[in-house]
Design a protein around this ligand. Structure first.
Ligand code: ADE
Length: 229
């Protein structure tokens, strides 16, 4: 299969660089794109930069190469109090927590005319559930929230948890990747690992654990690709 992996930051892409023979093929604006072969798959690996617009640019560029599947991996802040640093979240669905067109009858989080949530295909979710069992890591399927906000506030975390039932974590790119993939008709899943608990010290904790989180999300992704036909 032709599979695209999109990561926001250098720290989150490091595991792929260490384990895949990445060949730089293109730098376009904020996006850097590499290619590699892995377990019979043609991989496109892209670093998109931080935030929804950068994610959309990278996903559009990657979509033009017509992958069968797009996987967005990286770190996230915990929203559910049950999630610990290092835990993986398998994105059953992603949605924006900072979009609001309720004045026109849309759901909170829904961009007008677009789906309120971007659901990952069942076979992808199941594939990642099978794959993580082969690692030493802990994973939970659930809802991933996206917004142009680095969450570092305990009140904000509890408000997100109350408002978006079932939300496991928050990050800054996933739903934008999923939105673009949806518009190009490409299957997509977001896989994140917890780098921080999104509370007052989140910036410091993030710096300490972003590499570990990136590695964990990448490990389960490569494990998934190993068994993908
Ligand atoms: N990515 C990693 N940690 C995050 C946080 N606390 N808020 C938003 N995105 C994140």
């Amino acid at each position: 299969m032709k599979v695209a992996i999109i990561c926001p930051m250098e720290e989150e892409i490091g595991y792929y660089k260490e384990h895949l023979g990445l060949t730089t093929s293109e730098v376009v604006g904020p996006t850097e794109i590499w290619t590699a072969s892995y377990e019979g798959h043609d991989l496109i690996v892209a670093r998109c930069g931080i935030g929804k617009v950068n994610a959309a640019i990278a996903t559009t560029l990657v979509a033009q190469r017509q992958p069968d599947l797009i996987i967005n991996t990286g770190s996230a802040g915990a929203v559910s109090p049950d999630r610990q640093i290092g835990d993986i979240i398998i994105g059953e669905a992603t949605m924006y927590h900072d979009a609001d067109a309720r004045a026109f009858g849309y759901e909170l989080g829904q961009v007008p005319t677009m789906p309120a949530r971007y659901k990952a295909p069942e076979n992808l979710i199941q594939g990642f559930l099978d794959a993580y069992h082969e690692t030493e890591l802990t994973a939970t399927p659930g809802l991933i929230l996206t917004g142009d906000q680095f969450i570092a506030d305990v009140d904000k975390v509890s408000s997100l948890y109350q408002t978006f039932r079932g939300a496991q974590c928050a990050e800054m790119e996933g739903a934008a990747v999923a939105q673009v993939a949806n518009q190009f008709g490409i299957d997509c899943i977001v896989i994140r690992a917890i780098s921080d608990t999104a509370q007052q010290d989140a910036n410091v904790i993030f710096d300490e654990f972003v590499v570990t989180a990136g590695q964990n999300a990448a490990k389960v992704t490569l494990s998934y690709l190993k068994h993908l036909n």
